[in-house]
Design a protein around this ligand. Structure first.
Ligand SMILES: [Zn+2]
Length: 74
């Protein structure tokens, strides 16, 4: 059995065109059929840059945790 930490960290977009803030979040319960992945690295792509600038075509409600290209271990 793996020891699951209670908290994790994420780089959070809180204001457009400002540095991301490192924030702590509780690790959620894993729902049946779900998977908990420990992210080792995350890439930054053009979509993330446009989102950071606020010119993605839509403006999501902030704060947002960017990053959708990740590598991790389950
Ligand atoms: Zn991408």
């Amino acid at each position: 059995m793996v020891d699951i930490p209670k908290e994790s960290k994420a780089a959070v977009l809180e204001e457009y065109n400002q540095p991301l803030k490192i924030r702590r979040f509780p690790v959620p319960e894993v729902e049946p059929g779900g998977m908990l992945v420990r992210i080792e690295i995350a890439g930054i792509c053009g979509t993330d840059v446009h989102q950071w600038r606020g010119n993605l075509g839509f403006k999501p409600t902030l704060p947002v945790i960017p990053g959708h290209e990740t590598v991790g271990e389950s």
